[in-house]
Ligand binder design. Structure first.
Ligand code: GRF
Length: 196
């Protein structure tokens, strides 16, 4: 059985979409995989409560707990790895995980860690992607699933989903359209990967 570990920080709607797919009939048998852990970097993440209510194994590694360490990021990531690795993950799925990981940690999970980014990479890395796409006058927006590498939002692209930008769009309406596309895209990409 291939273990999937999903990392979240907030709403967790992508995690929810993936879990719902993974809980559908015959999924475990078809893909020989299951969601072994949902890990949140924030104890108040909405997605964490949903995962608990749905009987999934959960963990919290609160990045704020390490703020007084000599090297807070290192201490946080060390705990992250210690929490994830006992599950021997086939795949670590970043789904709205709002911490930038060090090169050391990305190397540790090289080829096993995916992220979803709400733009058509390589355009609009970083934050505020929807407003930036609107400001640039783009006619299309979308989302990208990519392997996580040392450079932020720059790992190899696995797949993308494209949505139109309407002349009536604002940041909210565009983000909702992209997010719906993300939910389809991420689950599909994970399934494709598990089939290999
Ligand atoms: C998504 O837009 C994702 O692309 C970005 O953060 C957002 C997370 O949303 N990385 P959710 O927590 O999955 O609802």
């Amino acid at each position: 059985m291939k273990n999937i570990v999903i990392l979240i920080s907030g709403t967790g709607s992508n995690m929810k979409a993936i879990v719902q797919r993974a809980q559908s009939q015959n999924w475990r048998e078809r893909f020989q995989a299951s969601v072994a852990l949902v890990l949140a970097s924030n104890p108040n993440a909405q997605g964490l409560a949903w995962a608990q209510e749905n009987g999934l194994p959960t963990a919290v590694v609160d990045h704020r707990a390490y703020k007084d360490s000599p090297n807070p990021r290192h201490a946080f990531e060390e705990q992250l790895i210690q929490t994830i690795d006992p599950f021997k993950p086939h795949l670590v799925v970043l789904a709205g995980f709002m911490r930038i990981l060090s090169a050391e940690t990305t190397r540790h999970y090289a080829g096993r860690m995916m992220n979803i980014h709400p733009s058509l990479l390589p355009a609009f890395t970083g934050l505020n992607t929807h407003q930036r796409a609107l400001d640039a006058g783009c006619k299309f927006a979308g989302a990208t699933v990519h392997w996580v590498s040392e450079e932020l939002d720059a790992g190899n692209i696995i797949d993308q989903a494209v949505v139109p930008i309407l002349h009536t769009d604002d940041e909210h309406s565009l983000s909702q359209r992209v997010l719906s596309a993300e939910h389809q895209l991420y689950a599909r990409v994970i399934e494709e990967h598990l089939k290999q």
